[in-house]
Design a binder for this molecule. Structure first.
Ligand code: RIB
Ligand code: CA
Length: 310
């Protein structure tokens, strides 16, 4: 049996972050969840951290949750709206019976990288503030982290502006640090995360499945379905769990290597990811970019994972 991937997650829980975390707790045969960092993004850090801790406790997962950055590196925090004021829509969870782990996210990553030198992977599904801070405070990390997979960016279009995606728009300076870090990067952007539109049959199957993971995901999906009707927000999209799938089911994706420039200037272009398709920069690729996804295969994986009937 192949050894499990030691994984640190960094999240801004967030409705789709919650689905991603729930899925990760069911991937125990493939990943060893070392710990989770919370970052500001969808909502303020107090809420993203609380949502994350309450969620993992509800799911019976003992991964430590570390509280990370309360603001982007160089800009005020601009939260999202489509996750509601709590960050979990109207999904209520019991308060966690345990507290947050001691130490920040840099410490979580540093200790995990020492213990799993050369094999540690990171899944970042919020703004990259914590990751950039860790890479700045511990310059040796790129040589001991195997790969950083992140949900963010897009080769074509955005969802915050015409050109940039929420996570990278929220903290473009942090994203620039990550793109220039020399770490092996897998970029899972809107090019693939907007493709699988939630089919009604998946929504119904998850609702009929049992267990705490299926329960919380069903409630999150129900909120997502209603928010579109009630206040015309986004379609129910599951950006973050698609980034998890890129780690545990890479065969569902098509990847291409590019040098990707991360733009920090401009009202519309801040956070924009610009791939050097014509090798103008003469710089080597710095990211493996997901350019396509087998959407049917993803939904089959998703339904099977939560123990729902196909
Ligand atoms: O653009 C989508 C990303 O922004 C997702 O990670 C979502 O949770 C929000 O953080
Ligand atoms: Ca997120």
């Amino acid at each position: 049996m192949p050894s499990r991937i030691p994984l640190v997650m960094d999240v801004d829980t967030g409705t789709d972050d919650a689905v991603c975390i729930a899925a990760a707790t069911l991937c125990g045969e493939t990943i060893e969840l070392i710990g989770i960092g919370a970052v500001c993004g969808n909502v303020e850090i107090e809420k993203t951290a609380r949502n994350t801790l309450d969620l993992v406790d509800f799911l019976g997962c003992d991964a430590p949750v570390h509280v990370g950055a309360a603001k982007p590196l160089a800009r005020p925090l601009a939260t999202a709206v489509s996750h509601g004021t709590s960050g979990l829509g109207d999904v209520m969870l019991p308060a966690a019976r345990r507290g947050f782990a001691e130490g920040g996210v840099t410490e979580l990553i540093h200790k995990a990288a020492r213990r799993h030198a050369g094999t540690l992977e990171i899944l970042a599904v919020g703004p990259l503030t914590n990751i950039a801070t860790a890479l700045t405070e511990r310059p040796e990390l790129p040589s001991v982290i195997k790969r950083i997979t992140f949900m963010g960016g897009a080769l074509r279009g955005g969802n915050m502006t015409l050109a940039s995606e929420f996570n990278l728009h929220c903290d473009p300076e942090a994203a620039r640090i990550v793109f220039e870090s020399g770490c092996a990067l897998t970029m899972v952007g809107l090019d693939v995360t907007l493709k699988p539109e939630l089919p009604r049959h998946v929504f119904d199957r998850i609702g009929a499945a049992s267990g705490p993971q299926a329960d919380v995901v069903a409630r999150v999906l129900d909120f997502m379905m209603r928010r579109k009707d009630e206040f015309g927000a986004d379609d129910p999209n599951l950006h973050d769990v698609i980034a998890l799938a890129a780690i545990v089911k890479p065969s569902l994706f098509t990847f291409e290597s590019y040098y990707v420039h991360l733009e920090t200037g401009g009202e519309i272009t801040r956070g924009m990811t610009i791939a050097d398709f014509n090798n103008v920069s003469k710089r080597p690729p710095n990211a493996l970019v997901a350019v396509d996804i087998d959407a049917d295969g993803f939904w089959n994986w998703f339904v099977d994972l939560f123990g729902a009937e196909r």
